[in-house]
Design a protein. Structure first.
Lengths: 497, 165
């Protein structure tokens, strides 16, 4: 299937309705504070077994795009980030809406989301295939080194505590070990528990850590009240002149978003913050930021949507996920028998082109849906949480159960709900945990395949130039947080001297 | 307990937990036999992870003993657990909802209660604790619980053929 055929497939009635439903659901959960796109995708994944693979992946991509975009509405009308990545939009979107221009704030945000999405689609379509071609020559040692680097990168870059991040990554890896060892067929690490012989599936773990934990957190804050500004269509339509005025900002912020999206574990929230800060530093009116600046809304919304294409590049070409939503997409591809990585492009061009086409079509659908349905989506903000939160638990329970029709998965989900809460209390970052959980089996099988080929020698890790380069970068990333820590401690002493 | 102290207690608990996990993993992994044709075998990777966890636990413990901070996640993936500004957190509500969720899971996993009944009761109980106990509101929650339970039953049992009972 070529890219053109993938577009044609998506415009068949059934596939198009799936994309529309996915975007609609994604935007809806984006609007609801506390319910994230990742949660929606995790809840939906078990039920995609009943769908064709191409439709299932299109649905998840559409949810991903819708979720990233929907946070704009709550951020602008309630000053609450519906999705964490719309946190910067809260600052200026709400202020502009409060001054009497809610339609203008939403329209600019929506247009910027579309531009960010289209530019990131271009990056995805232009950059991913050549990377995949180059990467296909890599052997298991290089793949292992790249996964190792991703784990260290996510621990050192994305979060505040390197030691906690790394330990969370290792804990995540640990969860993937029990069950039959695929290389040797030997049962391992079941601790005598029969249910563990089937292994621990990553989906109930993810559902527990993010859906159950978040429901508990939302129940904790059930008394929270927010005043919402009425949504209006006035100003929703952005003129060509607006695109010209904000064009450079949109382009710059989108490029920031694409680049940050490619880096594992950094994510759309950081992209939004970096683009906002850059726009402020380069603005002629930086003092307007925080008071309803149009530039600020454009920067934040272009960047967070631009991460969507960037994120898909390492996921599709290297089989590496950097956060929750892409871990779920990675899991979805594996569940539907597509191994993400360079061979995906050679063996399954149909799925590659469906992802490409879905990404663009979902952005266009999102733009139209947000433009004309903004008032309807805004009403979702008023849905009582007393209805939503127990429903999320019901969907989580059913989602975990539907995976293998076994009650054990429900208990895994609830247990990891508690684990997620405890880790959050200890301020341990959860992103490395998920990445460790998803990538550990790949890392282990690559290393073992490499060692079998090399007769048990680890030397190829330092003899092969790409593997060595990646190992050196990993070592630098590992040492960097300690070096930074030591330097910070000595800086005041030098200043005093 | 103030938030800093609470975090410190949670961190000590986390380090202790990691150490226990590292030791348990070490003991279990050492028992695994080597695999023919595979230089690493099934136990090596878990062993390395246990060494890593042990080393990190010791490093974090040393930092705490020296009075240094372990840092914290720069952004949370579960928002609101620390409570928000301008309102009183309701831990009792959160605990009750969690308890109901566990009971619901027990009911479904031992298959003691039919799916529709269990879901109806859970949605009503969960919805009831998440707001004031006024009769008009409770009536709305009850109607929602009944409609949603039957809708979910139709969706998952009939359409998705899930074996729920």
């Amino acid at each position: 299937m070529t890219l053109a055929e993938a577009f044609l497939h998506l415009f068949s009635l059934k596939s198009f309705l799936i994309v529309v439903a996915g975007v609609g659901l994604g935007v809806s959960v984006g609007v609801l504070p506390g319910i994230t796109a990742g949660m929606l995708m995790a809840l939906t994944l078990p039920f995609t077994y009943h769908m064709g693979s191409l439709d299932a992946i299109s649905l998840l991509i559409a949810m991903f795009i819708g979720g990233v975009s929907g946070g704009l509405i709550t951020a602008t009308l309630m000053r609450i980030p519906g999705e964490p990545n719309s946190i910067m939009t809260c600052l200026d979107g709400y202020q502009l809406a409060k001054r009497g221009y809610p339609g203008r704030a939403l329209g600019l945000g929506n247009a910027s989301s579309l531009v960010g999405g289209i530019l990131s689609w271009l990056a995805l379509v232009l950059v991913a295939p050549p990377i995949a071609k180059a990467v296909v020559a890599l052997g298991p040692f290089e793949s292992f080194a790249i996964i190792l680097m991703a784990l260290i990168l996510i621990s050192s870059l994305s979060e505040g505590s390197f030691l906690k991040g790394l330990s969370a990554g290792l804990l995540g890896m640990l969860i993937s070990f029990p069950g039959i060892d695929e290389s040797s067929g030997i049962m391992r690490l079941t601790f005598g528990i029969t249910a563990l012989e089937g292994g621990v599936n990553s989906l109930p773990v993810i559902l527990g850590m993010f859906a159950v934990s978040q429901v508990v957190a939302d129940a904790l804050n059930i008394e929270e009240k927010s005043e919402a500004i009425e949504a209006s269509m006035h100003g929703m339509f952005v003129s060509f002149r607006d695109y010209l005025v904000h064009g450079w900002n949109m382009l710059r912020s989108s490029l920031i978003g694409v680049w940050i999206g490619i880096l594992p574990g950094v994510g759309s929230t950081i992209a939004s913050i970096v683009a906002y800060t850059t726009a402020k530093n380069m603005s002629r009116t930086p003092e307007a930021f925080g008071t309803g600046s149009e530039e600020a809304i454009v920067a934040s919304e272009s960047a967070n949507n631009a991460t969507t294409g960037g994120t898909l590049i390492p996921l599709m070409t290297l089989g590496i996920s950097g956060g929750l939503t892409d871990s779920i997409l990675l899991g979805a591809l594996i569940i539907h028998n597509f191994q993400p990585g360079p061979l995906l492009f050679r063996n399954h061009p149909d799925i590659v082109n469906t992802i490409f086409a879905s990404h663009l079509v979902a952005h266009l659908v999102m733009f139209v849906m947000m433009t004309f349905g903004i008032a309807l989506f805004a009403k979702l903000m008023r849905l009582p949480r007393a209805f939503i939160l127990p429903m999320v638990i019901v969907f989580s329970v059913l989602g975990a159960f539907a995976l293998n029709n076994r009650a054990f998965d429900i208990w895994v989900m609830l247990t990891f709900g508690l684990v997620g809460i405890l880790l959050e209390f200890a301020k341990v970052p959860l992103a490395p945990f998920v990445v460790g959980l998803v990538l550990a089996p790949v890392a282990e099988s690559e290393l073992r395949a490499g060692l079998m080929a090399s007769g048990g020698s680890f030397m190829p890790l330092v003899e092969r130039p790409i593997a060595l380069t990646v190992i050196l970068i990993s070592a630098a990333l590992f040492v960097w947080p300690f070096y930074r820590d030591v330097r910070r401690r000595f800086e005041p002493k030098q200043a005093r001297a | 307990m103030n938030p800093d102290r609470l975090q410190r207690v949670a961190e000590i608990g986390y380090i202790g937990l990691i150490l226990v996990i590292a030791v348990a993993l070490q003991l279990e992994a050492r028992r695994l036999p080597p695999a023919p044709y595979d230089p690493l075998g099934p136990g090596s990777f878990p062993l390395w992870v246990s060494y890593g966890l042990g080393a990190l636990a010791v490093a974090m413990a040393v930092r705490l003993v020296l009075g240094r901070s372990l840092g914290q996640a720069s952004h949370s993936m579960v928002t609101g657990l620390e409570g928000g500004a301008g309102h009183t957190p309701s831990p009792a509500t959160a605990i009750l909802l969690l308890a109901f969720s566990v009971l619901y899971a027990v009911g479904l996993s031992v298959r003691a209660v039919p799916f529709v009944a269990a879901t109806m009761v859970y949605l009503f109980a969960g919805g009831a604790v998440l707001g004031p106990l006024r009769s008009k509101r409770l009536l709305g929650v009850a109607v929602f619980a009944v409609v949603a339970a039957f809708a979910l039953d139709f969706l998952f049992r009939r359409l998705f053929s899930l074996d729920l009972n």
